[in-house]
Ligand binder design. Sequence first.
Ligand SMILES: NC(=O)c1ccc[n+]([C@@H]2O[C@H](COP(=O)([O-])OP(=O)(O)OC[C@H]3O[C@@H](n4cnc5c(N)ncnc54)[C@H](OP(=O)(O)O)[C@@H]3O)[C@@H](O)[C@H]2O)c1
Length: 531
Amino acid sequence: WSPLDLVPAAREAWAVLGDHTLYDELRQTATATYYEDLTALTDAISAAEPVPDVVALPIHGHLHDTPDHDATDGPESDSETTGHGSPVDAAHAVLEHTLVTLQTFLADDRLAGTRLLVLTHHAVAVTGNDPIDLATAPVWGLVRSAQTEHPGRIHLIDHDHHPDSVTALASAAATAHHHDEPHTALRSGTPHTPRLTPQTHQQNQPRAWNPDGTVLITGGLSGIGALLAHHLATTHHIRHLHLVGRRGHHTPGADTLIHDLTTAGAHVTITATDITDPNAVHQLITSIPHDHPLTAVIHAAATTHDTPLQTLTPDHLHPVLAPKIDGAHHLHHHTTHHNLAAFILFSSISGLLGGAAQANYAAANTFHDALAHHRHTTGLPATSLAWGLWAHTSTLTTNLSQIDRKRLARLGLHPLATAHALALFDAVVFGPAGGPPVLVPARLNTATETPPPLLRRLISPRRPAVRATRGAQAAGQDTSLAARLAGLAPDQRNHALLDLVRTEVATVLTHPNPTAIPTDRPLIELGLDSL
Ligand SMILES: NC(=O)c1ccc[n+]([C@@H]2O[C@H](COP(=O)([O-])OP(=O)(O)OC[C@H]3O[C@@H](n4cnc5c(N)ncnc54)[C@H](OP(=O)(O)O)[C@@H]3O)[C@@H](O)[C@H]2O)c1
């Protein structure tokens, strides 16, 4: 996270939703009106009240300071993992509320010129010791996906309740807008923006796991979980593997996997367990024999249901959240007293970049990243690996179309070959201790034209046209499309507009020749989906 210089607040009209304290504070520095919620605002607009420039949507969670050391291993302590006051239930509720509000905001054409400012409190950690609110952390994944699908409409600002941060909020919003920074964290009045930085590989003494210990892999019966089980048995001579999935032995390919692992010398236990069920997770953990104690947890269980934000329903939100939010938290809770060498969460870079049509999955992965940070702050081992796309096709990735893959390449991501991915896993997990809780093993396409802000320290944008435009903007020239069209003769305007649309369409479809884009066919037939 790097500090950013504040630019002065713009003269803008704000609407503050549902937070009287924020409204009272913001009124000191901006023109603000209070509304109970977005419906109250849209009703007011229908009654001829003015449309605001900015809508501030404060997200309330609770900084969850669950005393993990008080947790017992018994199912009676499950009140901490589910039920009232649990970060799991709170995360589901906060995400559904945020989703519905985003959908309402984006669907209302009267708000097309309004920016939505989603305001969280300690949903991200700027330093290693920052507390993190597990209930609101996944909102960042959800909102980042909304930003990917609706660029320029939504800003995310996290704040620390410091008096200077409250005073700086209007300027911070203007700063984020001015610099085209979709995510900002305000700490003591200073905005910070996130950038991924390279992690250098150190040649210290490698770590090893207890050869007599049990390694538990959820989602270990298929996809990259199974590849990893094989790698651990063959390369690292792990002798006790416990593989979990809901289908257990009935998972296609399970027999071959067991045969291969057994041939490599591993003793394999397979259980059909739904990791979202706290009692089942408790039973799973207590079933691990004392003479082969649990030494490492690798949580790779996941499901997806990809759909654009506007069509995402609660029925497709919660089941995708559950394996990663509920499952990860149950595993965290029930293994607190185990002397683990590693607790590894398989996450995805889509949580950090905001996956198009993956708001549910991105939110779920952001929970993994936050949980790893939370465990670090309490002295527990944890690594969240926010993988880029693997080249190996799994159930999760089998439905990715060529256009989806090209979209990822444009963002700066190439698929990771299995051997490369496993080498990265080894470098992190068996390399020197003391690394950060969240790492992003991914293969970057450094030739990309439009890297997302998070990757800009690793990939320099190559878009001269955009740079030229920004330069002209800095020089005070009006570079808007309207200004350019106004400078043309009427008969040239259609051509200029057509050129622009064709160029954008060709970029999205990675078509080499914009002038070959037909003008008489619907875009959807040319391969442009709703994203
Ligand atoms: N593949 C990639 O390119 C990629 C990229 C980034 C991150 N990742 C992450 O890597 C992990 C593995 O992904 P994958 O591509 O290998 O997916 P996959 O082949 O679909 O495997 C997911 C596994 O999770 C299990 N599972 C799902 N829900 C479960 C539940 N409630 N309880 C227990 N097990 C459950 C599934 O088995 P059942 O259906 O039998 O339960 C399945 O074996 C995921 O966490 C994913 O987010 C993958």
